[in-house]
Write a protein that binds this ligand. Structure first.
Ligand SMILES: Cc1ncc(COP(=O)(O)O)c(C=O)c1O
Ligand code: FES
Length: 387
């Protein structure tokens, strides 16, 4: 049997860290209680574990435990933030600002709100993927209630200037939400220092379990009002009903704890690996780096390649590596993703794009193998289909 391909799709998801698995397993077995059961030991055990996890997660972003609402992931957290704020503040205003390069879990709730009469401004980005603060300033209106700008982009890894955006929103008394699904545990996030009012988190991009995330909601200066989107037993202060999944929550906290404790060394290691890969790939002509070269996640490399078919390239890479195109394309239609389009890529050029997502378990030997195979595949495709 041939070995499994090298996993390089860490912006899509990551494997569970064995330490995370060990921490959460007992909560599937002996400590299986419902944290809402207040009359017996089983419930108390679950409740205590969740309390501790909530503290770890809150500390990790300089928030308080009461400001953490557990959700099924960042998609749900984004929906709760955007729809929850829209519903709670619609008497104040119906204008929201976001960015063209956001994840669909932001763009789709915004499109939905448009059908209800809200107005959304979708800011462009600069060619390097970073929002222009002057454009943001211009977009702010007296009826703007929310600015939602992601911390790190899932396709091109670009980091947005959160502290500057937060400062601007604060000056105008507008709530600032950030989707930090790709950023938590990878860059420092401080909701006080960055003036962040709401922040979406998820566990599965940092070696935690899938199906668990959180929304941070500021409770003081200002206290953010939010309309619940899931009604039921009144869990999470009525903001998100549903029995809390203790194993996932415990695993989420462990994942954050591990990521924060190794953030500096991990960032340096990943930058080195990423640069090795980029140096090798950029020896070829017609290869472009997508997104800002430095203001990006350490483990993300997104490139566009001239003169090859995107599908053919992915097929050629598949036996050796698990990467993604970062774009929805069919073999008949070569179309860059909405993120690459927002960078100003011309549609008509035959582009192939690859997103490499390096992570905790990526080795130097793997990167060398991936670099060689990618270069060879591009060269042989170009021989078949000359530019
Ligand atoms: C930026 C961003 N937002 C939201 C999500 C969705 O997160 P989840 O899978 O936890 O719902 C992802 C991951 O797919 C993401 O990268
Ligand atoms: S793989 Fe088809 S456009 Fe990128």
């Amino acid at each position: 049997m041939s070995p499994r391909p090298i996993y390089l799709d860490c912006n899509a998801t990551t494997p569970l860290d064995p330490q995370v698995l060990a921490t959460l397993l007992p909560y599937f077995t002996e400590h299986f209680g419902n944290a809402a059961s207040i009359n017996h030991l089983y419930g108390w055990e679950a409740e205590a574990a969740i309390k501790q996890a909530r503290e770890i997660i809150a500390n990790g972003i300089n928030a308080t435990p009461e400001e953490i609402i557990f959700t099924s992931g960042a998609t749900e957290a984004n929906n709760l933030a955007i729809k929850g704020v829209a519903e709670a503040y619609f008497n104040k205003g119906r204008h929201i600002i976001t960015v063209l390069t956001e994840h669909n879990a932001i763009l789709d709730p915004c499109h939905y709100l448009e059908t209800l009469g809200f107005e959304i401004t979708y800011l462009p980005v600069q060619p390097d993927g970073i929002v222009d603060l002057a454009e943001l300033k211009i977009a702010i209106r007296p009826d703007t209630i929310l600015v939602s700008i992601m911390a790190a982009n899932n396709e091109i890894g670009v980091l947005q200037p959160l502290a500057e955006i937060g400062e601007l929103c604060h000056q105008h008394s507008i709530l600032f939400h950030t989707d930090a699904a790709q950023a938590i545990g990878k860059i420092p996030l401080d909701v006080q220092q960055m003036n962040i009012d709401l922040m979406s988190l998820t566990a599965h991009k940092i070696y935690g379990p899938k199906g668990i995330g959180a929304l941070y909601v500021r409770r003081r200066h200002p206290r953010v009002k939010l309309a619940a989107q899931l009604h039921g037993g009144g869990h999470e202060r009525g903001m998100r009903s549903g029995t809390l999944p203790t194993p996932q929550i415990v695993g989420f906290a462990k994942a954050i704890e591990l990521s924060l404790s190794q953030m500096l060394t991990e960032t340096q290691r990943l930058i080195q690996l990423r640069e090795t890969l980029w140096q090798k790939l950029s020896t070829l002509e017609g290869i472009y780096l997508n997104g800002h070269p430095q203001q990006r996640l350490a483990g993300n490399l997104n490139i566009s390649i001239e003169g090859v078919d995107g599908q053919a390239l992915l097929l050629g890479l598949q036996p050796i590596m698990a990467v993604s195109s970062g774009s929805a394309c069919t073999s008949t239609k070569i179309e860059p993703s909405h993120v690459l389009k927002a960078l100003g890529h011309p549609d008509n050029l035959a582009y192939a794009s690859i997103r490499f997502g390096l992570g905790r378990f990526t080795t130097e030997a793997e990167i060398k193998q991936v670099a060689d195979h990618t270069v060879n595949t591009i060269q042989s495709l170009r021989r078949i289909k000359p530019r």
